[in-house]
Unconditional design. Structure first.
Length: 481
């Protein structure tokens, strides 16, 4: 990389230009995608290992949830700080540092003598993932010039993420059954060490970075605000939205995030330059990230409940039921990466979200004793095509026209929006579903009706995203990268 002499007027930060040979770029992409696979496999395997973990440490249901929640809290909370660290200290350094944190945390989880130790290790894993994820997106933006090559790179990146999650669901069941739950964390240690070794050889060396303020007050405000927001939503799942602690957490989160926005407007070197939202692509990618993951995770929440609770699938078989989703996303993402330069981000985002809405809508009408082949699989496949199209276009849009020196925090912003959809969005769907079920009774028909309402709301979110994308990226604002 070389330091360019031009300075962006809006943020007064120096742009960095990639000077990496073409073959080396693609090797670097392999390393970045391997890090994403490490992340997504880790998310997938833990879902199948939680029953064994519960039994090993004799954990209650409320304590067991923290094995998953602790990761979600720190991951969401540290994303923007992780992006800023990458922009200030260099993408390679922060990327490898995040993976190193993840590896150490995984080893701690594998050796955990108590449930509390495991929960702390999982929280540290979330910090490692939050530090490395924005740097990974920024590395792609840095390595590949805006255009066809970057689109293809994001298509590959998206397909790896989808396939790794499904692979993790299956692999977690196999490893837990044969070697025990600790083996899933040892696998993360091995994969993480491979990523670090590969990264040291093929990722471009950080040069030309101008050290700036980290905006630590802003970092504290947004990190604390996001953590409290996620924690508040978690409490709402268990105790309800009107619970005193839930309301207190959410009000405090809103106050902290409001303080963060005020801080960013006033400081000379903000953690999150609010000028990023002047870019229609960034606004649209942020919105799409939230509604995309509301609809997607809505199906991933209600789908297994339906399969296991009403059709009596095992956890392993339930995981296998969604494997076609990942295979379809792999194909759709790669096709999207090749076509994005022709279609433009606007058309692909709208089309992808409409397909997601259509696929989830099919699940919103699923019968009590449905057939996987005729009632479930069509919706999964249609939604998966939409996923591949929308996620590739969204990821590309999140960095389009963003100054290179701000692409770390821009990537962190987009992943944060995804977490908002995964957490707050799904919580709202669950609240709607629970209310519908409670109004009808407690039998299977009432429960299924609640699922229908929750899924329908998820489909409406995706539909609203498509309409708003059309509004936010009209005519000349649509960029053909």
């Amino acid at each position: 990389m070389a330091l360019l002499s031009n300075v962006n007027d809006r943020d007064n930060t120096t742009r960095i230009a990639p000077q990496t040979t073409v073959p080396r770029r693609w090797l670097a992409l392999v390393v970045v995608c391997a890090a994403l696979a490490l992340d997504m496999i880790g998310v997938g395997v833990i879902n199948t290992a939680t029953p064994s973990i519960k039994q090993a440490f004799e954990l209650s249901e409320s304590t067991l949830q923290w094995v998953v929640t602790s990761y979600a809290l720190t991951f969401a909370g540290f994303l923007l700080l992780g992006g800023r660290l990458a922009d200030v200290f260099g993408r390679r350094l922060i990327f490898l540092s995040g993976i190193a944190i993840f590896v150490v945390a995984s080893l701690g989880a594998a050796l955990a003598p108590t449930g509390a130790w495991l929960i702390v290790a999982r929280a540290l894993q979330g910090i490692g993932a939050a530090v490395s994820s924005p740097a990974a997106l920024a590395l792609i933006g840095e390595l590949f010039p805006q255009g066809t090559e970057r689109d293809r790179a994001f298509g590959i990146y998206s397909s790896v993420g989808a396939s790794s999650f499904a692979f993790g669901l299956v692999l977690g069941g196999i490893l837990t059954d044969i070697f025990g739950w600790r083996s899933i964390f040892l696998l993360s240690v091995i994969l993480g060490l491979v990523v670090i070794l590969g990264g040291r050889f093929v990722l471009p060396v950080d040069t030309g970075y101008v050290r700036q303020s980290l905006d630590l007050p802003g970092a504290v405000l947004v990190t604390a605000g996001l953590i409290l927001a996620v924690y508040g939503v978690t409490q709402a799942h268990e105790y309800g939205w009107t619970n005193g602690l839930t309301l207190a957490l959410l009000i405090l989160a809103i106050a902290l995030l409001g303080g963060f926005i005020l801080r960013e407007r006033l400081t000379a070197q903000p953690l999150l330059p609010l000028t990023l939202f002047q870019l229609p692509t960034v606004r649209t990618a942020t919105l799409t990230g939230a509604v995309f993951f509301t609809a997607f995770n809505g199906l991933m929440f209600f789908g297994p409940l339906y399969l296991q609770g009403m059709l009596h699938y095992s956890a392993f078989t339930s995981g296998l039921a969604f494997v076609p989703m990942s295979l379809t996303v792999i194909i759709a993402s790669n096709v999207a990466g090749r076509l994005l330069a022709r279609t433009g981000q606007r058309l692909m985002l709208i089309g992808g979200q409409l397909l997601i809405a259509a696929g989830v809508t099919l699940w919103a009408f699923i019968p009590l004793h449905g057939s996987y082949l005729f009632n479930m699989l069509p919706g999964i496949l249609i939604m998966s095509v939409g996923q591949g199209l929308a996620f590739t276009a969204m990821t590309a849009a999140s960095l389009t026209e963003v100054p290179t020196a701000q692409q770390g925090v821009a990537g962190g912003l987009n992943v944060t929006a995804q977490q908002v959809g995964s957490g707050l969005g799904v919580a709202l769907l669950v609240a709607l579903s629970t209310a519908r079920t409670a109004s009808l009774g407690s039998d299977a028909v009432a429960t299924l009706s609640g699922y229908h309402w929750g899924l329908a709301a998820g489909a409406l979110a995706a539909l609203a995203g498509a309409v708003l994308t059309f509004w936010l990226l009209p005519g000349k604002s649509e960029l053909r990268p």
